[in-house]
Design a binder for this molecule. Structure first.
Ligand code: SF4
Length: 207
């Protein structure tokens, strides 16, 4: 049974770089919460509860401060799906330590507490009728381009997240990366609101 006031943490690491989106290249530390409600076929992340640790908000904050040796005070909260565990006490603990909170979500869950930068990366092709997108106002939308992503996908995002200012297409880095990159570039050329996001951390070889 989960202990009240604790979170299932897969890993805490840094200092490193944010690899994706509008803040790519910026120094940060990472908090990866375990468990996801989707099962994307090309997922590159181990979010399984096996090997995860139960930690309090204070313990998480303390570990992040230890890792944030140069004082970036920027934490990327990711998963798995971080909104499954995100709550006001954890947000308050991180804010109290001076962290700007950036979250990457698949957009299926409302946030129990606000964040400073919200990336929604919708993956409706993996909802299997069990999930719908939550009413969120993201800072940026990032679509991972696989074979299922079409012009209609982009139009649906633009309609749903009409107030968003930052739009990214990111080629899926699976075995068919070259095809996905070519498709991504074609989509950007014909839909110039969107811009390219690459997984910079993989290219430069940082975690
Ligand atoms: S939503 Fe993200 S973490 Fe979850 S399965 Fe899909 S790619 Fe992996």
């Amino acid at each position: 049974m989960p202990s009240p006031g604790t979170y299932l943490v897969k890993e805490i690491f840094g200092p490193t770089l944010q690899g994706e989106g509008a803040h790519a290249g910026r120094a940060c530390v990472f908090l990866r919460l375990a468990v996801c409600n989707l099962a994307c076929s090309w997922c590159d992340t181990d979010f399984r509860p096996e090997g995860a640790s139960r930690m309090s908000a204070a313990e998480i904050t303390s570990r992040l401060i230890e890792h944030d040796r140069a004082g970036s005070r920027r934490v990327i909260v990711t998963g798995g799906e971080p909104a499954l565990q995100w709550d006001a006490p954890l947000a308050a603990a991180l804010r109290g330590a001076g962290f700007a909170i950036h979250m990457e979500s698949n957009g299926t869950r409302p946030l129990a507490a606000p964040v400073d930068w919200l990336t929604v990366s919708p993956k409706p092709q993996f909802h299997q009728g069990r999930f719908s997108l939550a009413p969120l106002s993201p800072s940026e939308v990032k679509v991972v381009v696989d074979d299922s992503v079409s012009e209609e996908t982009l139009a649906a995002c633009e309609e749903r997240y009409a107030g968003c200012a930052h739009w990214f297409l990111q080629p899926c880095m699976d075995a068919r990366y070259d095809d996905h990159l070519r498709r991504t570039l074609e989509l950007i050329e014909s839909h110039p609101r969107w811009r390219l996001s690459l997984q910079l951390h993989k290219i430069v070889g940082v975690p």
